[in-house]
Design a protein around this ligand. Structure first.
Ligand SMILES: [Zn+2]
Length: 685
């Protein structure tokens, strides 16, 4: 959006919106003294440490340090940029955002876009009314019933009905054929004009799935025929507000239900998304008849660190998965995870979740193939005897140039390691091969089908691999025509969506015990999230752990804190000479499997925190013992006294922090002694 927003307007806006309302419209706030609190939407937690201060018009999280004003909150939560956040907030208080340096043309374009949002919203409203009241609503209602869809889900997704007939929507929305409105309907892709200048509704006799952007505005529609019309699935065409390569069906809805998403499941069809939601999997999204794009991936990774791609188990599914792999490898950063889930042949997510329920489906996800496994498996399929010397050399030649593209250095190292194991060729040699061998895509892109003549409905057909025919699932659940009742799933109440939790067991204990298992875990985790080291300004507590791994952990953290710019490279060179590399890798992988639902950064931070407490405990008991031998605490060397003080303060701060969380982060609700302590421990605040 061109044009600068004047600073005076931003100040005016911030004085008119109330941050409490802004936050409360997105997550439920509870009053806590003068402030409001909630579980933080930006990190995972069970007790609220997220506070909104109405007097300061500011939010702050004691758990993760997230903070800012109303605009910052909307940017973070809605995942939008500054101008969009200003626009969003201005809309809630009926202010119009003035722009400096905007040409009249840009103004006109902006106006047109806004009117397209309006029209699309009105159309969604129209379709949803038709599903409730139209004389021929029996057909769509029966279809949805047969698909086992509850009324509440239909309402949550705002599913609608485009009745049979050529001009229902046109009549309803164009008024008396107002020129501007007619043009708008055409621009929004809702109306088609044929060669003879006749206009008619694009969607007729179809079930309508409105597609919404992250802000909840309707930007396009997906539609499934109720008759024999071709195509069976029809999407809105590209419009100034709808770009299929950018948008994902269900993304807005996912964010409505779950404030912190840990993973996304990418499926193919609208009904898959709706069915998965109905069964409690609230993190499914679908591409809109296009292949997954890089923009899609960036969009999803910005919100959650893991993406599971779901494919049909047939040949077409495999091919689509390989194309996905080609797309993902060049963008995969450290800390991001990708899995490939293949369903048994003849099944789709919709049918699968009905058969196996949420638990069964999530179990499948847990067992889904990791990306390096899938990559090597796919390549091996094209090799006659992958275990022979020739076969292994061939595998190395095929895989090396692909691995070379992965931007995440730690991930890349793990991939190299996997390939080295598989081929029995050391990584340096493999890297040399990568430089020589040209990169060949795993799966060439399918040839684009030339679009048929303009204005034809087939222009926007569902062009992905054929979706299996939907089966009829006999016993349908209750579908209440009245959308406000008749449902046991209760989306809108957002009950406790118990998260997909892997087994809570910890990683296998190291064989060479004596050293605390946390130390090895910390090494593995820090390699995946090197940035967490920056969050610990003082890591000298690690000196408490003087064993082999403890020393390595110290060296690792020293390098990472000293040279942030070269973090990963240095960490890797350090590891390359370590004979224990394999065991770190195993620990990391075990952790990924059991803790995959947590961000690695969070796990690594927790791990270091636990080690810090362990060190503090050790120091306290050592110093106490020593003080007995020298005739009292006062006779201890200053160094020991300082160490003791550091450890005690750490425990005090922890207890204080817990108390503070209980009172919603409000310091003046603490006891006077605690307030005093707080001031001592936080001299800056
Ligand atoms: Zn937080």
């Amino acid at each position: 959006m061109a044009g600068r927003i004047p600073q005076s307007f931003i100040e005016d806006l911030l004085s008119r919106v109330n941050i409490v309302d802004v936050v409360d419209s997105r997550i439920r706030l509870k009053k806590a003294g003068k402030n409001h609190s909630a579980c933080c939407p930006f990190h995972n937690e069970k007790t609220p440490s997220f506070t909104v201060a109405s007097d300061k018009q500011f939010y702050y999280c004691f758990g993760c340090g997230a903070k800012g004003n109303a605009i910052g909150f909307v940017m973070e939560f809605d995942n939008i940029d500054f101008p969009e956040a200003v626009e969003t907030l201005a809309g809630t208080v009926a202010m119009e955002v003035p722009k400096e340096d905007v040409t009249p043309q840009q103004q006109q374009k902006q106006k047109e876009r806004l009117s397209l949002y309006d029209l699309s919203g009105s159309a969604a409203e129209f379709y949803s009314q038709q599903l409730r009241f139209h004389g021929e609503r029996a057909a769509p209602v029966n279809y949805l019933k047969k698909r086992g869809l509850s009324g509440k889900a239909a309402k949550f997704f705002n599913i609608g009905f485009a009745p049979p007939g050529w001009d229902n929507l046109k009549k309803a929305l164009s008024g008396d054929g107002d020129d501007e409105k007619m043009q708008g309907l055409k621009d929004a892709g809702l109306m088609i004009e044929n060669d003879k200048g006749r206009t008619y509704d694009r969607f007729r006799n179809r079930v309508i799935y409105p597609i919404r952007d992250l802000r909840g505005r309707t930007i396009g529609f997906g539609a499934r025929t109720l008759g024999d019309d071709k195509p069976k699935y029809l999407n809105s065409p590209e419009t100034p507000i709808f770009n299929k390569g950018n948008e994902l069906y269900g993304l807005y809805e996912c964010r409505q239900i779950r404030q912190t998403l840990k993973r996304f499941l990418v499926v193919e069809g609208y009904m898959d998304v709706v069915a998965l939601h109905e069964f409690g999997i609230h993190y499914a999204v679908a591409t809109l008849g296009t292949a997954t794009s890089e923009t899609h991936l960036h969009k999803l990774f910005k919100i959650a660190p893991e993406i599971v791609f779901c494919f049909d188990g047939d040949e077409a599914g495999r091919r689509a998965a390989k194309r996905g792999l080609d797309l993902v490898l060049p963008i995969l950063e450290d800390g991001q995870q990708i899995r490939f889930l293949f369903l048994p042949e003849g099944e789709d997510p919709d049918s699968m979740v009905r058969k196996e329920g949420k638990d069964g489906f999530e179990q499948r996800m847990k067992n889904a193939m990791g990306i390096s496994e899938f990559l090597l498996n796919s390549l091996k399929q094209d090799i006659d005897d992958p275990t022979s010397l020739d076969g292994r050399a061939r595998l190395a030649k095929l895989a090396s140039p692909l691995l070379q593209q992965i931007p995440g250095k730690v991930l890349q190292t793990l991939f190299w390691q996997a390939l080295a194991e598989e081929t029995n060729i050391d990584t340096e040699q493999l890297k040399a091969i990568a430089i020589i061998e040209p990169k060949v895509a795993l799966e060439p892109k399918p040839k684009e089908i030339a679009p048929p003549a303009n204005n034809s409905q087939t222009l926007n057909t569902y062009s992905g691999p054929a979706h299996p025919q939907f089966d009829d699932y006999g016993d349908s659940q209750q579908y209440s025509g009245d959308h406000d009742q008749g449902d046991e799933h209760g989306y809108s109440d957002a009950p406790d969506y118990d998260d997909y939790q892997g087994d809570q067991q910890t990683a296998p204990a190291p064989v060479q015990a004596k050293e605390h298992p946390l130390i090895k875990q910390a090494i593995a985790l820090i390699l995946h999230a090197p940035q967490v080291v920056q969050a610990f300004p003082d890591l000298s507590f690690l000196q408490e752990f003087s064993g082999q791994y403890g020393q390595l952990l110290q060296r690792l953290t020293q390098i990472l804190s000293a040279t942030p710019a070269q973090q990963t490279l240095d960490a890797l060179s350090l590891l390359a000479i370590d004979p224990e590399y394999q065991s770190y890798k195993q620990i990391t992988e075990a952790y990924n499997q059991t803790q995959g639902h947590l961000s690695q950064e969070q796990v690594a931070t927790d791990c270091l925190n636990q080690l810090r407490f362990k060190a503090a405990k050790q120091i306290k008991s050592k110093v106490v013992k020593k003080s007995a031998t020298v005739g009292g605490f006062k006779n201890l060397p200053q160094e020991d006294q300082d160490r003791y003080k550091w450890a005690s303060e750490l425990f005090e701060a922890d207890i204080l922090n817990q108390k503070l969380q209980k009172v919603g982060g409000k310091v003046d609700l603490l006891s006077p002694q605690d307030q005093e302590k707080y001031k001592q421990l936080n001299p800056t605040s």
